[in-house]
Design a protein around this ligand. Structure first.
Ligand SMILES: O=C(O)COP(=O)(O)O
Ligand SMILES: [Mg+2]
Length: 223
């Protein structure tokens, strides 16, 4: 269980945000329900939202609209309301997972350069990392709007490797979902998944990855 992970020599790590470093489900629940209220649509429950997280905010808003019986024509006003409400609550109903700060410190003390790559919009991610005291760990932070495609495309991982700079084969992707793992496999980055995040409602251990850890502190200890 706690054996060393079979990961080659590393020079960098790319960390996912939602479900990996920060439990943001509470922020999504509040912002999305305020958005639905503005549109006079019925509310949505926490477990339903949890299954929809990880593919970016546009995908999330469209999935929520479909779930409550809204229409895609309502997307523009829903998107405006969602951004306003999310930015107003950003971080207030969210918590850094246990072991994250210790894990980031350990990864850095091993000489790894760190990047944060999320499908969340960059203007949501930056203030969230700052509010939770995590911003200082990262050389670069890229959101879902930073490149032409989002994870599970390999493009954002390859661009992040270029920015660090680091070779993909020496850059560990650390995420919580099949989205992160598929992007990493396609970019030829090794990938480890945490067991506590959001994996679209599917068991995370069924995903093709190089290892699974219960915390980032455990990951750093097993490298
Ligand atoms: O879809 C989201 O907003 C969350 O994305 P992340 O898991 O890539 O941080
Ligand atoms: Mg995630």
């Amino acid at each position: 269980m706690n054996a060393t992970l079979e990961i080659p020599r590393l020079s960098a790590a790319i960390l996912d945000l939602d479900g990996t470093m920060i439990d943001t489900l509470g922020d999504f629940v509040v912002a999305l329900n305020r958005m639905l209220d503005d549109l006079r649509l019925p509310g949505i429950e926490r477990p339903d939202i949890e299954r929809m997280i990880g593919k970016g905010s546009e995908h999330l808003v469209l999935s929520v609209l479909a779930h409550v019986g809204g229409s895609p024509e309502q997307f523009p006003s829903a998107w405006d309301a969602y951004q306003r409400h999310y930015l107003a609550v950003n971080g207030q109903h969210a918590a850094v997972y246990p072991g994250v700060v210790e894990g980031l410190r350990l990864l850095q003390s091993r000489g790894l350069k760190l990047a944060c790559l999320t499908n969340k919009p960059t203007n949501f991610a930056l203030p969230l990392l700052a509010a939770k005291g995590l911003d200082g760990f990262f050389e670069v932070v890229f959101g879902g709007d930073a490149f032409e495609r989002k994870k599970p495309s390999p493009l954002p991982l390859l661009k992040t490797c270029e920015a660090l700079p680091s070779l993909p084969a020496e850059t560990l992707m650390i995420g919580d979902s099949s989205n992160d793992a598929a992007a990493a496999r396609a970019a030829a980055c090794p990938v480890v998944l945490v067991t506590y995040g959001y994996n679209h409602g599917e068991p995370v251990r069924s995903v093709d990855a190089d290892g699974f850890v219960d915390s980032l502190a455990e990951l750093a200890a097993r490298l």
